[in-house]
Design a protein around this ligand. Structure first.
Ligand SMILES: [Mg+2]
Length: 285
């Protein structure tokens, strides 16, 4: 994966579900848990309920309604918010997402959450994960009256947040959403290879580059930190403290991709005597 051109980026726009949080929860909720609740509520056979829910989803896919709990509550009669509250313990971060978020402030850029999640869904997820503390601003498409799939969302984002689309980095698992962002002129677009941990990774996300481990996006991430979720500054996976500091001189790093020689120089200070790394990192032998 080619790292983002951070030198030409002012603002990070990050999707939530499937990027920072595991989409396994949402897919399980809507494709398994909700149809059962719908069948029970209307005393339908499970097959009938599955068909009806599937049709409703297909008819409304990609619209703001599709993401609205009010809409689903209205047309199905099921208390969707209560169901979300009941199942909130299944909400989880994607691997490395927390480590990635914790380091974002070091980039010195504005960080916005841009989500299609309905405000009630967003509230439950924020309460459960505390993810809001990593952002300068939270933007829900419901506030703009247009989903990210629509150009109206991007027009309003530009106007209300004062962002320069060309200098935005946007990370989203939906290719339809990324396509909409590209159409508007968002400059730096990336997708996620495996948004849902319960489903296989995608073969590709063409035409958009994709990332597995979010830490790979950071300009100072080292190879030895990309394998097992380690990546917090000052923490060495080799059991000892760093003999050399992380390359935290951002002015030195920003705007250039570290060369293999750089990695070697920084990585060589991480080895602790007598500790065998559990993987083969070429720079940590
Ligand atoms: Mg998403």
């Amino acid at each position: 994966m080619i790292k983002p051109d951070w030198h030409h980026i002012d603002t990070l726009l990050l999707d939530m579900d499937g990027v920072l949080l595991d989409l396994a929860y949402d897919n399980w909720f809507w494709h398994q848990f909700f149809p059962v609740a719908f069948a029970r509520h209307h005393r339908l056979s499970q097959d009938d309920a599955n068909r009806q829910v599937q049709r409703l989803m297909e008819d409304n896919w990609g619209t703001l309604e599709w993401y609205s709990l009010d809409f689903w509550q209205r047309i199905t009669g099921v208390d969707v918010v209560a169901l979300k509250e009941q199942t909130r313990d299944r909400i989880a971060f994607r691997p490395q997402a927390q480590q990635f978020l914790a380091q974002l402030s070091s980039l010195g850029k504005r960080v916005l959450l841009t989500t299609n999640a309905h405000p009630e869904t967003l509230r439950i997820k924020l309460e459960t994960t505390g993810i809001d503390r990593y952002f300068d601003q939270l933007v829900s498409s419901a506030d703009y009256g247009a989903a990210k799939e629509e150009q109206a969302f991007w027009q309003q984002l530009e106007q209300r947040q004062g962002v320069d689309a060309q200098r935005c980095f946007f990370l989203d698992d939906s290719l339809t959403v990324l396509d909409s962002a590209r159409q508007f002129g968002v400059g730096h677009l990336y997708s996620i290879r495996q948004p849902d941990s319960a489903r296989p990774p995608r073969a590709h996300t063409d035409p958009f580059p994709c990332v597995d481990n979010l830490l790979e996006l950071l300009p100072w991430a080292m190879p030895c930190e990309l394998t097992s979720g380690y990546g917090l500054p000052g923490f060495s996976k080799h059991g000892g403290s760093r003999k050399k500091p992380l390359p935290t001189d951002k002015s030195r790093l920003m705007g250039k991709d570290p060369s293999p020689a750089d990695w070697q120089k920084w990585g060589s200070g991480l080895t602790s005597p007598g500790v065998t790394p559990p993987f083969a990192c070429p720079f940590c032998k």
